[in-house]
Design a protein around this ligand. Structure first.
Ligand code: ADP
Length: 507
């Protein structure tokens, strides 16, 4: 900026001499007024140049820098002292040096170069993106005597553009449909995968309602999802069905997130839809297989168990201790297999949405007595303690509640060491009966507790890795209790045993 001021001072001293030499008072006054105006103009221009966010640089036709504003220092790192009298080539990366003569050539013929985007190099060797506007500087006679250059740092803008180009490429190339919509469920963006999955082109759906994709019997999902998002929640892996352009129903897994403006106000939703029709088909096949196999195994197993029980009765009459022992063990093993097969059958029923309850009024204490008695036979190495309640009647599915207790008890046995105590508790309070099964086993970490009731979830630490299982027991327990309007509770700490409990309403 010094140069600019110096120039002004030069003009003023010139004018001052004129004033001193001039005898005509009116001309003197005129000259003084001109001096004041020139000073004001210089002050305004200086203020503009100094406060500008853009680098404003001037140079002569040989490319030597003649002025350098504070933003030029901020952007390029060099101070005014360092740059005045220096060649502008200092700022040009070696591979772009040919730009300078080219630009100068255009300037010499009086052209202006606007918004020329290129790269420049800072004092510290960083390459930055700049947008240049270069204009000729002319003397009063109209001759070009230099060049003024406004450089805007557009590195951040470039980065943002690059980032959004990458994001756009990801969105376009992904296999998942990515759709955004406003708060009135009007579609505002639609990627390539959305077109492949749902059959509509972008033109066909932009500005249309998302309800186009929702089957009539699921229309209530839209306000439900919106409500959840408005309360600040995200909707993750929500499995549902959607309809394609050609009326085909497909299984999709949706993840829906809120889109907010800078002030944090909800302005729309983004939706990622994954086509899981194939996965669902695979699950269906697996389910059918489990259902068929379990069903086919159950019939012969039931007969086998009856034959063993019959033989056992005969052997007892004959007082053959060896055979009696062998048959009793065989009977225990068939009982275990029976419980396992029952789990599989109920799993496939549940998956098909066909698990229904057969409610009846029965004495829960009697059922627990029976199961504890069986468990003592099935797991003789454990001490199973049981404080039984007085008679307590419940309205529930006897077989399925039996399955819940059996699963909890067999887990207590599987996940604790031989010789430890398992305590089965029964407590009646306020029209409810609470059944609890406490063990002194390995316990369960807090992280695992959150996932225990998921289908096929198994803990995988060293203590339990050799315990066999399928990860369906607790899933069934939770689902059966849910169907009864209750839930399963777990209290456990890794290494300190576990307590599983559930409550049923008394009849
Ligand atoms: P499975 O026993 O066949 O693996 P479950 O669904 O019954 O399947 O149990 C899921 C997981 O929960 C088990 O793999 C086990 O790690 C853990 N678990 C269940 N019950 C207990 C328990 N009483 N003590 C410690 N861990 C348990």
């Amino acid at each position: 900026m010094k140069n600019f001021k110096t120039l002004n001072e030069k003009i003023n001293s010139h004018l001052l001499k004129e004033v001193e030499l001039n005898d005509d008072i009116r001309q003197k006054e005129l000259l003084i007024a001109v001096m004041q105006l020139a000073e004001e103009r210089t002050a305004t221009l200086t203020a503009i140049i100094e406060s500008s966010d853009d680098a404003i640089i001037s140079k002569n036709l040989q490319g030597i820098v003649t002025s350098w504003n504070p933003s030029a220092e901020r952007i390029f790192g060099y101070t005014e002292e360092e740059m005045l009298g220096e060649s502008i080539l200092k700022l040009i990366p070696p591979d772009r040096l040919e730009e300078e003569p080219h630009i100068l050539g255009r300037i010499r013929v009086g052209e202006r170069v606007a918004h020329f985007e290129t790269k420049r190099i800072t004092k510290y060797g960083d390459l930055i993106d700049v947008s240049l506007t270069i204009s000729p500087v002319k003397n009063p006679a109209g001759e070009i005597i230099g060049v003024s250059k406004i450089a805007r740092n557009i590195t951040a803008l470039r980065r943002a553009e690059e980032k959004s180009a990458i994001l756009a490429a990801i969105i376009e190339s992904t296999d998942d449909a990515i759709i955004s919509k406003d708060l009135n469920s009007i579609i505002t963006s639609w990627n390539g995968a959305a077109e492949r999955i749902f059959g509509y082109t972008e033109e066909e759906v932009l500005g249309q309602s998302i309800l186009k994709l929702i089957p009539p019997d699921r229309l209530q999902e839209e306000p439900m999802i919106l409500g959840q998002l408005k309360s600040g929640q995200r909707v993750d892996h929500f499995e549902t069905k959607r309809m394609t352009k050609h009326g085909k129903l497909i299984d999709v897994s949706l993840t829906i997130s809120p889109v907010k403006d800078k002030a944090g106000n909800l302005i729309g939703l983004s939706k990622i839809a994954r086509d899981i029709t194939y996965k669902k088909l695979e699950e269906q096949r697996k389910n059918d297989f489990i259902a068929i196999v379990s069903h086919e195994l159950k019939t012969p197993l039931t007969s086998m168990r009856s034959y063993i029980q019959l033989a056992l009765a005969k052997v007892r009459e004959k007082q053959d201790a060896f055979c009696e022992n062998v048959l009793a063990r065989a009977e225990v093993q068939t009982r275990k297999m029976y419980l396992m097969i029952n789990d599989f059958l109920n799993l496939s029923r549940l998956e098909e949405g066909k698990m229904s309850l057969h409610l009846s009024r029965f004495n829960l204490t009697e059922l627990v007595d029976e199961i504890v008695g069986d468990a003592r036979i099935l797991a003789p190495a454990h001490v199973i303690e049981y404080q039984n309640c007085d008679e307590v009647m419940v309205d529930a599915d006897r077989e399925k509640i039996g399955q819940v207790i059996n699963n909890l008890l067999s887990n207590a046995v599987k996940y604790s060491l031989s010789g430890t105590i398992i305590n089965v508790g029964c407590e009646i309070s306020e029209e409810k009966v609470l059944i609890s099964i406490a063990d002194q086993g390995f316990g369960i970490s807090v992280a695992d507790q959150k996932r225990l009731f998921e289908r096929f979830y198994r803990v995988s630490n060293d203590e339990v890795k050799n315990v066999s299982g399928f990860g369906i027991g607790l899933y069934l327990v939770a689902e059966i209790l849910r169907l009864h309007g209750g839930d399963i509770k777990v209290e456990s700490r890794h290494g300190e045993g576990s307590v599983f409990s559930f409550a049923l309403r008394t009849a």
